[in-house]
Design a binder for this molecule. Sequence first.
Ligand SMILES: Cc1cc2nc3c(=O)[nH]c(=O)nc-3n(C[C@H](O)[C@H](O)[C@H](O)COP(=O)(O)OP(=O)(O)OC[C@H]3O[C@@H](n4cnc5c(N)ncnc54)[C@H](O)[C@@H]3O)c2cc1C
Length: 473
Amino acid sequence: MKRVVILGGGLGGLSAGFMLSRTGKFDVTVVEKESAVGGVCGTFRHKDFLLDYGAHKVYSVIPGILAEFKMLLGEEAIQHKKKNGIYLFGQYLNYPISMADLVLKMGHKNLFQCGISTLKGMVARTGRKRKIESYEDFVVSKFGYNLYELVFKPLADKVWGSPETLSADIAKTRIPSANILDVLARALGLKKEKATTDARFFYYPKGGFGALADKMAREIVKNGGSVITETKAESFQLQNGSIRKVLLNVNGNKKTVEADIVISAIHLDQLLSIFPEGSGKNIENAGDLVNKLEYRSVILVYLFLDKEKVIDDHWIFFPGKDIVFSRIFEQKNMDRDMVPNGKTVLCCDFTDYESGILYTQSDKMLADKCAVDLVKIGLIKPEWVQDSLVRRFPRFYPRYGVGYKTDLGMIYDELQTVDNLLLSGRIGFYNYNNADHCLDMGRFITDSLLAGMPMKGIWEELKKRISEYRIID
Ligand SMILES: Cc1cc2nc3c(=O)[nH]c(=O)nc-3n(C[C@H](O)[C@H](O)[C@H](O)COP(=O)(O)OP(=O)(O)OC[C@H]3O[C@@H](n4cnc5c(N)ncnc54)[C@H](O)[C@@H]3O)c2cc1C
């Protein structure tokens, strides 16, 4: 049996561990620094409430992945008919946006200006090929300048910061419509929404999204592997370009595990910091480059309300800069048994740089800001708020700056020189992807190793594969 050490017990690490261990050909050890597995896909208890880290749904258009999720969850999968909203022009619209809704609610002036700017853009682009580098280039070329200014720019600015310096890759991953004509055709019913543009339904694990991670961890153990929490990898022992041993700190005690293969599902800079000094020029180069990668951190503000229910939607987006959060979700709309009767909890999520004004603000200030904005838009009354809780996830959203691909490509190249190292997951790969993509990475790694594909080949195929992942709301 090949010994595989996996760093990180989020879905990136667990998916690889689960897929590898069930073949019976790999002896898997997953190492997680926290006391529970799941990372951002976990569920935690707060008083009488079970809470997820923001709105999470199980959905995938990758062949076979939804079936894997269903197999893991069995009877515990709740199927939901998805209901999403977006708050624009001071009103709620269904999401994805329908043209009838947009026309009705955006106002004649906005509509006229958007139409003119889109037409102008189309005429200006006729016969010319412009280089699309930034998020702004991409959106303006597809939807026109006015719609960019009105909808896409504020949203991107809020979630990612400065859209002018943001790579077009973010837009490609996040925006399902090909262009304004595509939106129009779908809105007018001339073209049907597809599974690749809109998740009409989704699954949710009974008892919380974290049930998925817990089930994977249990399966790994059942298959003879181990999942060690409260443990950090402190150092590697290298031999002839391979990692041979991983030195662990298990809750204060030292432990060494031998490795034939190491899969990292933790931040790239943390991975690089584990290599001992003198690991070679490649690791040094990667260490220099890794500081150029940018991240946005996630802030989650939970407001506990003395109210049975607030919204019908599973989640609602708030692109406007006048509202502090980017999205809200009501936990009980996923599974009503996670929240006590007569009470509810809204989770507001938003992003910032780790050193940003919002991220560094006190929990109380953040909770107050969210409550004020929820009152402002008419969703809650101040007297309903009984309690609040804030959770922060530093550096969770890879922020693709223009030109990030060159640096990231070089980091991958340097890491590939370690003969038995692979990456997995959103955090491990610095790739903006969802939980289903983590499962796909785990499956691909497993199939490739079983087929005897050389490590370099697995890297190349994985890089191609992850660049094609798309996020579907
Ligand atoms: C608000 C929000 C909503 C989302 N909604 C959805 C959704 O609806 N559907 C969906 O599929 N996806 C969704 N996602 C994305 C999903 O959460 C991620 O794709 C997934 O969590 C990525 O898992 P990961 O393992 O790469 O990272 P993480 O979840 O961050 O896991 C990394 C793990 O590594 C551990 N770790 C870090 N450093 C070390 C170390 N040195 N040693 C040991 N362990 C370490 C961490 O503690 C953590 O457990 C959402 C994300 C957010 C923030």
